[in-house]
Design a binder for this molecule. Structure first.
Ligand SMILES: *Cc1c(COP(=O)(O)O)cnc(C)c1O
Length: 363
C-alpha cells in the first residue's frame, strides 16, 4: 500500500467537487431546535396510531408505484395545481432542483438566482459543472429588477431560481417584478414556494400563463420534513423532459403511504401552520422590542434579524450554551453580516429563545 490516496483524489475527483465543502448540518444534541424551519408539532396519539395501522398494510417487499399516482392526485387537490398542469415528485424539493439542473446541464451554461438565497441552487449548479450567477438583492432584500434583467440579458441563463418567499431573508419578492423576469428569461424560471403554507401569495395559479414557468413545492416546512417529498408543477411538455432524469422509484412506499395519510388529515397540518403563523407575529413583535436588533418582515416560518455590530457570533454561541440552536448566517458576511435566523417554534420554545436572547443582549 504505497499508493498515495491524495494523489488519486487530485487526479480523479472533478476540480469543482474538490472545491466544494459538503452541506454541513450541526448536531443539535438536546438543544431546542430552531435552526431548520421544521414544524415543531407532532401528531395527536390517536392520529399516530391510525397512521401506524395504515403502514401495517404497506408491502415492503414490492417496489413503490413508480409515479405515485394516488399521492399525485391528493397533492394536486391539496396544493391547488391547475388541472392542465403536470406534476413531478421528488425525494424532497432538493432532488427536483437537481433534476431540473440535470435536464439543462451542458458545460458553460448558467444558472441564475438573486442572492442571498437558498444555497442549494448554487451548490447543485456547481456539482453538475454549470456556472452560477448570483445577482445581489437590494439592502432591504427586495429584488433588484434592473440588475436581474441585465444579468439575464448578459448570461442567458438556462434556469432562474426565485424562492418565493425567499430563504434566508423571509420576504416575498414583488410579484410584478417576478412576472417581468419570467417574461424576459430565455430559459426556465422556477418559483420555489417551499414556504407556501406561511405566505400570502403564490404563483401556482399563474401556471399556464407563461410557457417557461414551473412552481416548486415541498411538504417539509408544513410539517413533514422527515418524509422527504417535493412537488414540481408545470406544463406537461417540460415535465416530461425533466422526468427522464428521475431515478426509478424515487418516492419510497413509506413516504407514499404516509404522505397520503397526512393529506387525508390535512386539518391537523393546517391547524399547526396557522398556529405557527400567529406565533410568528408574536415572536416578531417581541424581537422588535429587544434593544439593537433589526428585524426583517417574514412570510415564512422563520425570522431573520441583524444584531448590533460584532455581536452575532457571540449571541449565537451564547444561545447554544443555553440550549437553543438557531442559524448563524453572519459567517458569509456581505449582506448577511451580523444576521441570525430563528425558526418559529412552539410558544414555549419561542419564549425560552427570547428570554435567553434578551439576557445576552442585556449582559
Ligand atoms: C427548505 C427549502 C427547500 C428544500 O426543501 P426539501 O423539500 O426539504 O428538500 C427548497 N427551497 C427552499 C427555498 C427551502 O428553504
Amino acid at each position: 500500500m504505497t499508493r498515495d490516496i491524495r494523489q488519486d483524489i487530485e487526479h480523479w475527483v472533478r476540480p469543482e467537487i474538490r472545491a466544494l465543502s459538503a452541506y454541513h448540518v450541526p448536531d443539535p444534541g438536546d438543544c431546542i431546535k430552531l435552526d431548520a424551519m421544521e414544524n415543531p408539532y407532532r401528531w395527536p396519539d390517536a392520529l399516530v396510531n391510525a397512521w401506524l395501522e395504515r403502514l401495517r398494510a404497506v408491502p415492503l417487499n414490492r417496489y413503490p408505484d413508480p409515479s405515485a399516482r394516488h399521492l399525485q392526485e391528493r397533492l394536486r387537490v391539496a396544493m391547488q395545481v391547475p388541472q392542465d398542469m403536470a406534476i413531478l415528485l421528488g425525494n424532497g424539493s432538493d432532488e427536483l432542483i437537481q433534476m431540473i439542473v440535470q435536464t439543462v446541464a451542458t458545460p458553460g451554461r448558467v444558472i441564475l438566482a438573486p442572492e442571498p438565497t437558498f444555497v442549494m441552487y448554487r451548490m447543485i449548479a456547481q456539482v453538475l459543472g454549470l456556472n452560477f450567477a448570483g445577482v445581489p438583492l437590494k439592502a432591504d432584500f427586495a429584488l433588484n429588477l434592473d440588475a436581474m434583467l441585465e444579468a439575464i440579458e448578459q448570461h442567458q441563463p438556462a434556469v432562474v431560481f426565485l424562492a418565493y418567499p425567499n430563504n434566508p431573508t423571509g420576504n416575498l419578492f414583488d410579484a410584478a417584478a417576478v412576472r417581468r423576469i419570467i417574461a424576459e428569461a430565455p430559459g426556465l424560471v422556477i418559483v420555489d414556494e417551499a414556504y407556501a403554507a406561511f405566505a400570502s401569495d403564490s404563483f401556482m395559479g399563474v401556471l399556464g400563463e407563461y410557457p417557461n414557468l414551473l412552481v416548486l413545492r415541498t411538504v417539509s416546512k408544513m410539517g413533514l420534513a422527515g418524509l422527504r417529498l417535493g412537488l414540481l408543477a408545470g406544463p406537461p411538455a417540460w415535465l416530461n423532459e425533466i422526468d427522464k432524469t428521475r431515478l426509478p422509484y424515487n418516492i419510497n412506499v413509506l413516504t407514499q403511504a404516509s404522505a397520503e395519510f397526512a393529506l387525508e388529515h390535512r386539518d391537523v397540518l393546517d391547524a399547526q401552520t396557522a398556529q405557527i403563523r400567529a406565533d410568528r407575529a408574536t415572536l416578531q413583535a417581541a424581537l422588535m422590542a429587544l434593544p439593537g436588533l433589526t428585524v426583517y418582515p417574514s412570510e415564512a416560518n422563520f425570522i431573520l434579524f441583524r444584531t448590533p455590530a460584532g455581536q452575532a457570533d457571540a449571541l449565537f454561541a451564547g444561545l447554544r450554551e443555553r440550549g437553543i440552536l438557531i442559524k448563524n448566517l453572519a459567517g458569509a458576511g456581505g449582506p448577511l453580516a451580523e444576521c441570525l435566523r430563528v425558526t418559529v417554534g412552539t410558544p414555549k420554545e419561542n419564549a425560552a429563545f427570547l428570554a435567553a436572547l434578551g439576557g445576552l443582549l442585556a449582559a
